[in-house]
Design a protein around this ligand. Structure first.
Ligand code: ATP
Length: 466
Protein backbone atom coordinates (compact mmCIF):
# COMPACT_ATOMS: atom_id res chain seq x y z
CA UNK A 1 0.00 0.00 0.00
CA UNK A 2 1.04 3.62 -0.39
CA UNK A 3 -0.55 7.00 0.21
CA UNK A 4 -3.28 7.83 -2.31
CA UNK A 5 -2.17 11.44 -2.63
CA UNK A 6 0.31 13.96 -1.23
CA UNK A 7 -2.45 15.60 0.86
CA UNK A 8 -2.63 12.49 3.07
CA UNK A 9 1.05 12.95 3.87
CA UNK A 10 0.73 16.74 4.37
CA UNK A 11 -1.87 16.14 7.03
CA UNK A 12 0.02 13.31 8.78
CA UNK A 13 3.25 15.31 8.62
CA UNK A 14 1.66 18.32 10.28
CA UNK A 15 -0.38 16.36 12.82
CA UNK A 16 2.55 14.30 14.08
CA UNK A 17 5.54 16.65 13.81
CA UNK A 18 7.31 15.73 10.59
CA UNK A 19 6.80 18.93 8.58
CA UNK A 20 5.12 22.23 9.49
CA UNK A 21 4.29 25.20 7.25
CA UNK A 22 7.09 27.75 7.72
CA UNK A 23 6.37 31.13 9.36
CA UNK A 24 2.93 29.78 10.22
CA UNK A 25 2.22 32.21 13.05
CA UNK A 26 2.79 35.10 10.62
CA UNK A 27 0.50 33.70 7.96
CA UNK A 28 3.09 31.43 6.36
CA UNK A 29 5.48 31.95 3.46
CA UNK A 30 4.48 30.36 0.15
CA UNK A 31 5.93 26.88 -0.31
CA UNK A 32 8.29 27.06 2.66
CA UNK A 33 8.34 24.28 5.20
CA UNK A 34 9.98 23.57 8.55
CA UNK A 35 11.01 20.08 9.59
CA UNK A 36 9.77 19.17 13.06
CA UNK A 37 11.05 16.77 15.70
CA UNK A 38 10.35 13.67 13.60
CA UNK A 39 11.04 15.19 10.19
CA UNK A 40 14.56 16.19 11.11
CA UNK A 41 15.29 12.65 12.34
CA UNK A 42 13.89 11.12 9.15
CA UNK A 43 15.85 13.54 6.95
CA UNK A 44 19.04 12.87 8.95
CA UNK A 45 18.54 9.12 8.60
CA UNK A 46 18.07 9.44 4.82
CA UNK A 47 21.25 11.50 4.58
CA UNK A 48 23.12 9.04 6.81
CA UNK A 49 22.00 6.12 4.68
CA UNK A 50 23.17 7.84 1.47
CA UNK A 51 26.50 8.90 3.00
CA UNK A 52 27.23 5.49 4.58
CA UNK A 53 26.41 3.72 1.35
CA UNK A 54 28.57 5.94 -0.86
CA UNK A 55 31.38 7.21 1.34
CA UNK A 56 31.86 4.40 3.89
CA UNK A 57 30.74 1.17 2.23
CA UNK A 58 32.52 1.85 -1.07
CA UNK A 59 36.23 2.60 -1.32
CA UNK A 60 36.21 5.10 -4.14
CA UNK A 61 34.29 8.14 -2.86
CA UNK A 62 35.32 11.04 -0.60
CA UNK A 63 32.93 13.47 1.07
CA UNK A 64 33.21 17.26 1.29
CA UNK A 65 31.19 20.24 2.53
CA UNK A 66 31.70 23.40 0.47
CA UNK A 67 30.41 26.95 0.97
CA UNK A 68 26.90 27.96 -0.02
CA UNK A 69 28.24 31.35 -1.13
CA UNK A 70 31.16 31.21 -3.55
CA UNK A 71 32.98 33.70 -5.73
CA UNK A 72 30.57 34.94 -8.37
CA UNK A 73 32.97 33.74 -11.06
CA UNK A 74 32.06 30.14 -10.18
CA UNK A 75 28.54 30.82 -11.47
CA UNK A 76 29.80 32.78 -14.44
CA UNK A 77 31.96 29.91 -15.72
CA UNK A 78 29.54 27.13 -14.72
CA UNK A 79 27.04 28.77 -17.08
CA UNK A 80 24.47 29.56 -14.38
CA UNK A 81 24.63 33.34 -14.82
CA UNK A 82 23.75 33.00 -18.50
CA UNK A 83 21.59 29.94 -18.73
CA UNK A 84 20.09 28.94 -15.37
CA UNK A 85 16.69 30.37 -16.10
CA UNK A 86 13.11 29.34 -16.71
CA UNK A 87 10.88 30.76 -19.48
CA UNK A 88 8.36 32.92 -17.65
CA UNK A 89 4.95 33.92 -19.02
CA UNK A 90 2.05 35.87 -17.53
CA UNK A 91 -1.60 35.12 -18.19
CA UNK A 92 -3.34 38.30 -19.37
CA UNK A 93 -6.71 36.97 -18.19
CA UNK A 94 -6.04 35.87 -14.61
CA UNK A 95 -2.55 37.35 -14.01
CA UNK A 96 -1.06 33.96 -13.06
CA UNK A 97 2.72 33.79 -13.49
CA UNK A 98 3.68 30.51 -15.11
CA UNK A 99 6.59 28.44 -16.42
CA UNK A 100 6.02 28.03 -20.14
CA UNK A 101 7.90 24.72 -20.29
CA UNK A 102 5.39 23.16 -17.86
CA UNK A 103 2.24 24.25 -19.73
CA UNK A 104 -0.09 22.22 -21.93
CA UNK A 105 -0.03 23.34 -25.56
CA UNK A 106 -1.79 22.87 -28.85
CA UNK A 107 -0.42 23.28 -32.36
CA UNK A 108 -2.89 24.77 -34.84
CA UNK A 109 -3.10 24.08 -38.59
CA UNK A 110 -0.54 26.77 -39.37
CA UNK A 111 1.94 25.15 -37.00
CA UNK A 112 1.60 27.87 -34.37
CA UNK A 113 2.00 26.61 -30.82
CA UNK A 114 -0.58 27.93 -28.35
CA UNK A 115 0.06 27.51 -24.65
CA UNK A 116 -2.85 27.33 -22.19
CA UNK A 117 -2.83 28.88 -18.73
CA UNK A 118 -2.84 26.07 -16.15
CA UNK A 119 -4.89 28.33 -13.85
CA UNK A 120 -7.76 29.50 -16.09
CA UNK A 121 -7.25 27.77 -19.44
CA UNK A 122 -6.75 31.00 -21.42
CA UNK A 123 -4.30 31.11 -24.30
CA UNK A 124 -3.88 34.86 -23.90
CA UNK A 125 -0.34 34.71 -22.53
CA UNK A 126 2.61 37.10 -22.75
CA UNK A 127 5.73 36.21 -24.72
CA UNK A 128 8.17 34.19 -22.61
CA UNK A 129 11.10 35.93 -20.96
CA UNK A 130 14.04 34.32 -19.20
CA UNK A 131 13.97 34.48 -15.43
CA UNK A 132 17.24 33.58 -13.71
CA UNK A 133 16.59 31.26 -10.78
CA UNK A 134 19.62 32.19 -8.68
CA UNK A 135 19.00 34.09 -5.46
CA UNK A 136 21.12 37.24 -5.37
CA UNK A 137 22.65 38.76 -2.31
CA UNK A 138 25.35 41.30 -1.57
CA UNK A 139 28.47 40.81 0.50
CA UNK A 140 29.81 43.20 3.12
CA UNK A 141 28.57 46.14 5.18
CA UNK A 142 28.96 48.84 2.54
CA UNK A 143 27.56 46.79 -0.29
CA UNK A 144 24.61 47.68 -2.46
CA UNK A 145 22.68 45.77 -5.11
CA UNK A 146 24.22 47.94 -7.79
CA UNK A 147 27.83 47.10 -6.89
CA UNK A 148 28.97 44.23 -9.15
CA UNK A 149 31.95 43.58 -6.87
CA UNK A 150 29.60 42.83 -3.97
CA UNK A 151 27.09 40.71 -5.90
CA UNK A 152 26.94 37.08 -4.82
CA UNK A 153 24.55 34.15 -5.24
CA UNK A 154 23.19 31.46 -2.98
CA UNK A 155 24.22 28.24 -4.69
CA UNK A 156 21.52 26.69 -6.89
CA UNK A 157 23.23 23.27 -6.74
CA UNK A 158 25.95 21.68 -4.62
CA UNK A 159 27.78 20.26 -7.64
CA UNK A 160 29.90 23.30 -8.46
CA UNK A 161 31.43 23.25 -4.97
CA UNK A 162 32.70 19.79 -5.85
CA UNK A 163 34.18 20.71 -9.25
CA UNK A 164 36.11 23.68 -7.91
CA UNK A 165 37.60 21.41 -5.20
CA UNK A 166 38.54 18.64 -7.63
CA UNK A 167 42.27 19.37 -7.51
CA UNK A 168 42.25 19.88 -3.72
CA UNK A 169 40.68 16.48 -3.09
CA UNK A 170 42.72 14.74 -5.78
CA UNK A 171 46.01 16.03 -4.40
CA UNK A 172 45.27 15.50 -0.71
CA UNK A 173 43.59 12.09 -1.00
CA UNK A 174 46.02 10.67 -3.58
CA UNK A 175 43.10 9.23 -5.54
CA UNK A 176 43.29 7.80 -9.02
CA UNK A 177 40.47 7.63 -11.56
CA UNK A 178 37.76 6.55 -11.26
CA UNK A 179 36.72 8.15 -7.99
CA UNK A 180 33.88 10.26 -6.67
CA UNK A 181 33.24 13.25 -4.43
CA UNK A 182 29.99 13.43 -2.50
CA UNK A 183 28.29 16.34 -0.84
CA UNK A 184 25.04 16.99 1.03
CA UNK A 185 23.73 20.50 1.52
CA UNK A 186 21.16 23.20 0.99
CA UNK A 187 20.56 24.69 -2.44
CA UNK A 188 18.38 27.63 -3.41
CA UNK A 189 16.37 28.33 -6.53
CA UNK A 190 13.92 31.15 -6.97
CA UNK A 191 11.39 28.77 -8.52
CA UNK A 192 8.62 30.44 -10.53
CA UNK A 193 6.01 27.88 -9.53
CA UNK A 194 6.97 26.13 -6.31
CA UNK A 195 4.40 23.80 -4.82
CA UNK A 196 3.13 20.30 -4.16
CA UNK A 197 4.25 20.40 -0.52
CA UNK A 198 7.99 19.70 -0.23
CA UNK A 199 8.27 18.51 -3.85
CA UNK A 200 9.31 21.91 -5.18
CA UNK A 201 10.49 24.63 -2.80
CA UNK A 202 12.86 27.56 -3.12
CA UNK A 203 15.16 26.27 -0.39
CA UNK A 204 15.87 22.55 -0.49
CA UNK A 205 18.58 20.02 0.21
CA UNK A 206 20.55 17.98 -2.27
CA UNK A 207 22.73 14.88 -2.09
CA UNK A 208 25.03 15.07 -5.08
CA UNK A 209 27.94 12.91 -6.10
CA UNK A 210 30.34 13.60 -8.94
CA UNK A 211 32.02 10.45 -10.21
CA UNK A 212 35.15 11.32 -12.18
CA UNK A 213 36.23 8.87 -14.85
CA UNK A 214 37.94 8.33 -18.17
CA UNK A 215 35.80 9.61 -21.06
CA UNK A 216 35.45 6.16 -22.58
CA UNK A 217 34.11 4.68 -19.32
CA UNK A 218 31.38 7.28 -18.84
CA UNK A 219 28.54 5.59 -20.83
CA UNK A 220 28.79 2.32 -18.89
CA UNK A 221 29.22 4.11 -15.55
CA UNK A 222 26.02 6.01 -16.16
CA UNK A 223 24.21 2.68 -16.54
CA UNK A 224 25.90 1.39 -13.38
CA UNK A 225 24.81 4.40 -11.33
CA UNK A 226 21.21 4.07 -12.51
CA UNK A 227 21.20 0.49 -11.24
CA UNK A 228 23.00 1.46 -8.01
CA UNK A 229 20.40 4.09 -7.21
CA UNK A 230 17.51 1.78 -7.99
CA UNK A 231 19.02 -0.57 -5.41
CA UNK A 232 19.50 2.22 -2.87
CA UNK A 233 15.89 3.34 -3.24
CA UNK A 234 14.77 -0.27 -2.68
CA UNK A 235 16.98 -0.45 0.43
CA UNK A 236 15.24 2.58 1.93
CA UNK A 237 11.79 1.19 1.26
CA UNK A 238 10.75 2.77 -2.04
CA UNK A 239 9.04 0.09 -4.10
CA UNK A 240 10.19 -0.49 -7.66
CA UNK A 241 6.62 -0.32 -8.99
CA UNK A 242 6.48 3.35 -7.98
CA UNK A 243 9.70 4.22 -9.82
CA UNK A 244 10.24 4.77 -13.51
CA UNK A 245 13.20 5.71 -15.69
CA UNK A 246 12.94 8.66 -18.02
CA UNK A 247 15.43 9.39 -20.78
CA UNK A 248 15.77 13.14 -21.34
CA UNK A 249 15.28 14.17 -24.96
CA UNK A 250 17.81 16.23 -26.89
CA UNK A 251 15.62 19.31 -26.29
CA UNK A 252 15.54 18.76 -22.55
CA UNK A 253 19.23 18.02 -22.01
CA UNK A 254 21.27 20.67 -20.19
CA UNK A 255 23.87 22.28 -22.43
CA UNK A 256 26.73 20.37 -20.77
CA UNK A 257 25.12 16.90 -20.70
CA UNK A 258 25.70 14.07 -23.17
CA UNK A 259 22.94 11.97 -21.61
CA UNK A 260 20.63 12.28 -18.60
CA UNK A 261 18.30 9.68 -17.17
CA UNK A 262 15.85 10.77 -14.50
CA UNK A 263 14.45 8.40 -11.92
CA UNK A 264 10.79 9.34 -11.44
CA UNK A 265 8.57 8.51 -8.49
CA UNK A 266 4.77 8.17 -8.46
CA UNK A 267 4.25 11.39 -6.48
CA UNK A 268 0.75 11.94 -7.94
CA UNK A 269 -1.06 8.56 -7.85
CA UNK A 270 -4.45 10.30 -7.97
CA UNK A 271 -3.91 11.56 -11.53
CA UNK A 272 -5.82 9.69 -14.21
CA UNK A 273 -3.11 9.79 -16.84
CA UNK A 274 -0.47 7.33 -15.69
CA UNK A 275 2.38 9.27 -17.29
CA UNK A 276 1.44 12.32 -15.20
CA UNK A 277 1.50 10.35 -11.97
CA UNK A 278 5.29 10.31 -12.12
CA UNK A 279 7.71 13.18 -11.56
CA UNK A 280 11.45 13.57 -10.97
CA UNK A 281 13.00 12.15 -7.83
CA UNK A 282 16.56 12.39 -9.13
CA UNK A 283 18.66 12.86 -12.24
CA UNK A 284 21.74 10.93 -13.35
CA UNK A 285 23.75 12.85 -15.91
CA UNK A 286 26.84 12.35 -18.01
CA UNK A 287 28.17 15.91 -17.69
CA UNK A 288 31.14 15.14 -19.94
CA UNK A 289 34.31 17.13 -19.20
CA UNK A 290 32.42 20.43 -19.32
CA UNK A 291 32.76 21.34 -15.64
CA UNK A 292 36.44 20.64 -15.09
CA UNK A 293 37.30 22.31 -18.37
CA UNK A 294 35.22 25.40 -17.84
CA UNK A 295 36.74 26.03 -14.40
CA UNK A 296 40.28 25.49 -15.67
CA UNK A 297 42.75 28.20 -16.43
CA UNK A 298 42.81 28.56 -20.22
CA UNK A 299 41.72 25.04 -21.18
CA UNK A 300 42.19 23.79 -24.68
CA UNK A 301 39.19 24.88 -26.62
CA UNK A 302 38.63 22.57 -29.56
CA UNK A 303 34.84 23.08 -29.30
CA UNK A 304 35.10 26.84 -29.40
CA UNK A 305 34.19 27.33 -25.76
CA UNK A 306 35.18 30.57 -24.05
CA UNK A 307 38.60 30.44 -22.45
CA UNK A 308 38.69 30.95 -18.72
CA UNK A 309 40.76 34.04 -18.00
CA UNK A 310 39.93 34.16 -14.28
CA UNK A 311 40.78 30.72 -12.88
CA UNK A 312 44.25 30.14 -11.45
CA UNK A 313 44.16 26.33 -11.68
CA UNK A 314 44.20 23.72 -14.37
CA UNK A 315 41.80 20.94 -13.38
CA UNK A 316 43.11 18.33 -15.77
CA UNK A 317 44.29 14.90 -14.65
CA UNK A 318 47.60 13.23 -15.35
CA UNK A 319 47.49 9.49 -15.84
CA UNK A 320 50.80 8.02 -14.62
CA UNK A 321 50.28 4.74 -16.45
CA UNK A 322 49.68 6.15 -19.92
CA UNK A 323 51.51 9.45 -19.34
CA UNK A 324 48.46 11.25 -20.70
CA UNK A 325 46.90 14.44 -19.45
CA UNK A 326 43.16 14.96 -19.96
CA UNK A 327 39.97 16.35 -18.42
CA UNK A 328 37.99 13.59 -16.71
CA UNK A 329 34.34 13.03 -17.56
CA UNK A 330 31.81 13.20 -14.76
CA UNK A 331 28.78 11.08 -13.97
CA UNK A 332 26.47 12.92 -11.60
CA UNK A 333 23.72 11.23 -9.61
CA UNK A 334 21.84 14.15 -8.00
CA UNK A 335 19.00 13.48 -5.61
CA UNK A 336 16.88 15.75 -3.43
CA UNK A 337 16.64 14.99 0.30
CA UNK A 338 13.14 16.48 0.45
CA UNK A 339 11.74 14.57 -2.51
CA UNK A 340 13.29 11.36 -1.15
CA UNK A 341 11.68 12.03 2.21
CA UNK A 342 8.31 12.59 0.53
CA UNK A 343 8.66 9.39 -1.53
CA UNK A 344 9.67 7.43 1.57
CA UNK A 345 6.64 8.70 3.51
CA UNK A 346 4.23 8.05 0.63
CA UNK A 347 5.52 4.52 0.11
CA UNK A 348 5.49 3.67 3.82
CA UNK A 349 1.92 4.89 4.37
CA UNK A 350 -0.43 2.00 5.14
CA UNK A 351 -3.91 1.72 6.62
CA UNK A 352 -5.07 -1.26 8.64
CA UNK A 353 -8.36 -2.10 10.39
CA UNK A 354 -8.02 -3.20 14.01
CA UNK A 355 -10.18 -5.71 16.00
CA UNK A 356 -12.71 -3.02 16.78
CA UNK A 357 -13.12 -2.15 13.12
CA UNK A 358 -11.25 1.15 13.50
CA UNK A 359 -8.88 2.48 10.84
CA UNK A 360 -5.26 2.72 11.97
CA UNK A 361 -2.40 4.33 10.09
CA UNK A 362 0.90 2.48 10.05
CA UNK A 363 4.01 4.06 8.63
CA UNK A 364 6.00 1.03 7.50
CA UNK A 365 9.35 2.79 7.41
CA UNK A 366 12.50 0.74 7.14
CA UNK A 367 13.87 0.53 10.70
CA UNK A 368 17.05 2.27 9.47
CA UNK A 369 15.00 5.36 8.62
CA UNK A 370 12.47 5.35 11.48
CA UNK A 371 12.81 8.55 13.54
CA UNK A 372 12.26 6.55 16.74
CA UNK A 373 13.37 2.92 16.95
CA UNK A 374 11.65 1.94 20.17
CA UNK A 375 9.04 3.40 22.53
CA UNK A 376 9.03 2.18 26.12
CA UNK A 377 5.52 2.29 27.58
CA UNK A 378 4.43 1.58 31.18
CA UNK A 379 1.09 -0.21 31.36
CA UNK A 380 0.19 1.47 34.66
CA UNK A 381 1.50 4.99 34.94
CA UNK A 382 0.40 5.32 38.55
CA UNK A 383 2.55 2.41 39.67
CA UNK A 384 5.90 3.94 40.57
CA UNK A 385 7.80 0.64 40.33
CA UNK A 386 6.56 0.05 36.77
CA UNK A 387 7.32 3.64 35.78
CA UNK A 388 10.81 3.42 37.26
CA UNK A 389 11.51 0.14 35.48
CA UNK A 390 10.30 1.57 32.16
CA UNK A 391 12.38 4.71 32.52
CA UNK A 392 15.44 2.63 33.35
CA UNK A 393 14.95 0.47 30.28
CA UNK A 394 14.62 3.57 28.08
CA UNK A 395 17.87 4.89 29.52
CA UNK A 396 19.67 1.62 28.88
CA UNK A 397 18.50 1.42 25.28
CA UNK A 398 19.14 5.05 24.34
CA UNK A 399 22.89 4.91 23.69
CA UNK A 400 22.34 2.07 21.22
CA UNK A 401 19.16 3.28 19.50
CA UNK A 402 16.76 6.24 19.49
CA UNK A 403 14.34 5.40 22.30
CA UNK A 404 11.51 7.36 23.93
CA UNK A 405 9.43 6.92 27.07
CA UNK A 406 5.71 7.73 26.86
CA UNK A 407 2.97 7.45 29.47
CA UNK A 408 0.59 10.10 28.22
CA UNK A 409 -2.33 7.81 27.32
CA UNK A 410 -3.88 4.37 27.47
CA UNK A 411 -1.87 1.58 25.86
CA UNK A 412 -4.09 1.37 22.75
CA UNK A 413 -3.60 5.04 22.07
CA UNK A 414 0.14 4.86 22.70
CA UNK A 415 0.53 1.95 20.26
CA UNK A 416 -1.51 3.79 17.62
CA UNK A 417 0.61 6.90 18.02
CA UNK A 418 3.85 4.96 17.52
CA UNK A 419 2.45 3.04 14.52
CA UNK A 420 1.54 6.30 12.86
CA UNK A 421 5.07 7.70 13.14
CA UNK A 422 6.72 4.46 12.07
CA UNK A 423 8.33 3.28 15.33
CA UNK A 424 9.25 -0.37 14.62
CA UNK A 425 8.94 -1.58 18.23
CA UNK A 426 7.03 -0.82 21.41
CA UNK A 427 8.24 -2.28 24.69
CA UNK A 428 5.57 -2.54 27.39
CA UNK A 429 6.25 -2.93 31.09
CA UNK A 430 3.43 -4.44 33.18
CA UNK A 431 2.88 -5.83 36.69
CA UNK A 432 4.34 -9.18 35.68
CA UNK A 433 7.53 -7.49 34.54
CA UNK A 434 8.28 -6.65 38.17
CA UNK A 435 8.21 -10.39 38.94
CA UNK A 436 9.81 -12.00 35.87
CA UNK A 437 12.06 -9.15 34.66
CA UNK A 438 10.57 -9.48 31.17
CA UNK A 439 8.88 -7.01 28.85
CA UNK A 440 6.45 -7.32 25.95
CA UNK A 441 7.90 -6.39 22.57
CA UNK A 442 5.24 -5.43 20.02
CA UNK A 443 5.96 -5.40 16.29
CA UNK A 444 4.62 -2.36 14.37
CA UNK A 445 3.73 -4.21 11.16
CA UNK A 446 2.25 -7.48 12.47
CA UNK A 447 1.10 -6.24 15.89
CA UNK A 448 2.48 -9.52 17.24
CA UNK A 449 3.77 -9.53 20.79
CA UNK A 450 6.65 -11.42 22.33
CA UNK A 451 7.91 -11.68 25.89
CA UNK A 452 11.64 -10.89 26.17
CA UNK A 453 13.89 -10.91 29.24
CA UNK A 454 14.97 -7.35 30.00
CA UNK A 455 18.66 -8.35 30.07
CA UNK A 456 18.37 -9.53 26.46
CA UNK A 457 16.20 -6.66 25.25
CA UNK A 458 18.92 -4.50 23.73
CA UNK A 459 20.55 -7.28 21.69
CA UNK A 460 17.13 -8.65 20.67
CA UNK A 461 16.06 -5.26 19.30
CA UNK A 462 19.43 -4.54 17.70
CA UNK A 463 19.19 -7.77 15.72
CA UNK A 464 15.67 -6.97 14.52
CA UNK A 465 16.57 -3.39 13.61
CA UNK A 466 19.19 -4.48 11.10
P1 ATP B 1 13.00 19.88 -11.83
O1 ATP B 1 13.02 19.50 -13.29
O2 ATP B 1 11.97 19.14 -11.03
O3 ATP B 1 12.97 21.36 -11.62
P2 ATP B 1 15.82 19.66 -11.94
O4 ATP B 1 15.98 18.68 -13.05
O5 ATP B 1 16.03 21.09 -12.18
O6 ATP B 1 14.39 19.42 -11.21
P3 ATP B 1 18.30 18.97 -10.73
O7 ATP B 1 18.96 20.24 -11.05
O8 ATP B 1 18.64 17.77 -11.55
O9 ATP B 1 16.72 19.17 -10.72
O10 ATP B 1 18.50 18.67 -9.19
C1 ATP B 1 18.66 17.37 -8.67
C2 ATP B 1 17.56 17.03 -7.69
O11 ATP B 1 17.40 18.06 -6.71
C3 ATP B 1 16.17 16.87 -8.29
O12 ATP B 1 16.01 15.62 -8.88
C4 ATP B 1 15.30 17.04 -7.08
O13 ATP B 1 15.24 15.85 -6.30
C5 ATP B 1 16.04 18.09 -6.29
N1 ATP B 1 15.45 19.41 -6.55
C6 ATP B 1 15.74 20.26 -7.57
N2 ATP B 1 15.00 21.38 -7.48
C7 ATP B 1 14.25 21.26 -6.36
C8 ATP B 1 13.29 22.08 -5.72
N3 ATP B 1 13.00 23.30 -6.18
N4 ATP B 1 12.70 21.64 -4.59
C9 ATP B 1 12.99 20.41 -4.09
N5 ATP B 1 13.91 19.60 -4.65
C10 ATP B 1 14.52 19.99 -5.76
Amino acid sequence: MAAENIETIVSLAKRRGFVFPASDIYGGLGSSWDYGQLGVELANNIKKSWWNWLVYERDDIEGIDSSIIQNRLVWKYSGHEDTFSDPLVDCRECNARLRQDKLEFETDASGTVKYECSNCGSTNLTEPRDFNLMFRTTLGAASSDEDPMALAYLRPETAQGIFINFANVLNTSRRKLPFGIAQIGKSFRNEVTPGNFIFRTREFEQMEMEYFCRPEDAPQLLEDWIANFQNWFASIGISAENLKLYEQTADELAHYAARTVDILYRFFPEREDEVKQFDELMGIANRTDFDLKTHSKKPEDAEGRRLNIDSTEDLSYFDEATKQRFYPYVIEPAVGVNRTLLAVLMDAYTEKINDKGEKRVILKLKPELAPIKVAVLPLAKNNSEIVEMARKIKKNLQPAMRAVYDDTGGIGKLYARQDEIGTPFCVTIDHESLQDNAATVRDRDTWEQERINVNELKSHLQKRLL
